[in-house]
Design a protein. Sequence first.
Length: 103
Amino acid sequence: MGTTYQDNARVFKALCDENRLMILEKLRGGEKCACVLLEQMNIGQSGLSYHMKILCDSGLVASRQEGKWTHYRLSESGRDRAVELLKELTTPNIKQNSICCGR
């Protein structure tokens, strides 16, 4: 894994909250302005900002500024990295010998 454990943990942190999962589901329909997400969700602006920072830090979501509003979209490269990370972490490493009880 070419990145640090802390970087990798950001991906899983982004996926372990129901509000962030809801945001990801809404972004599957295309780019959304923060104002649209605020209308669609039962959270305030500070709550949305908190969740969007985590999603953006994970790489799963990308953002762009347009005037005073931020627009969010799913990141294809972030998704691909998350999928590869999960595969890598859950695939046995058969090159590594198992050592048990000093044998």
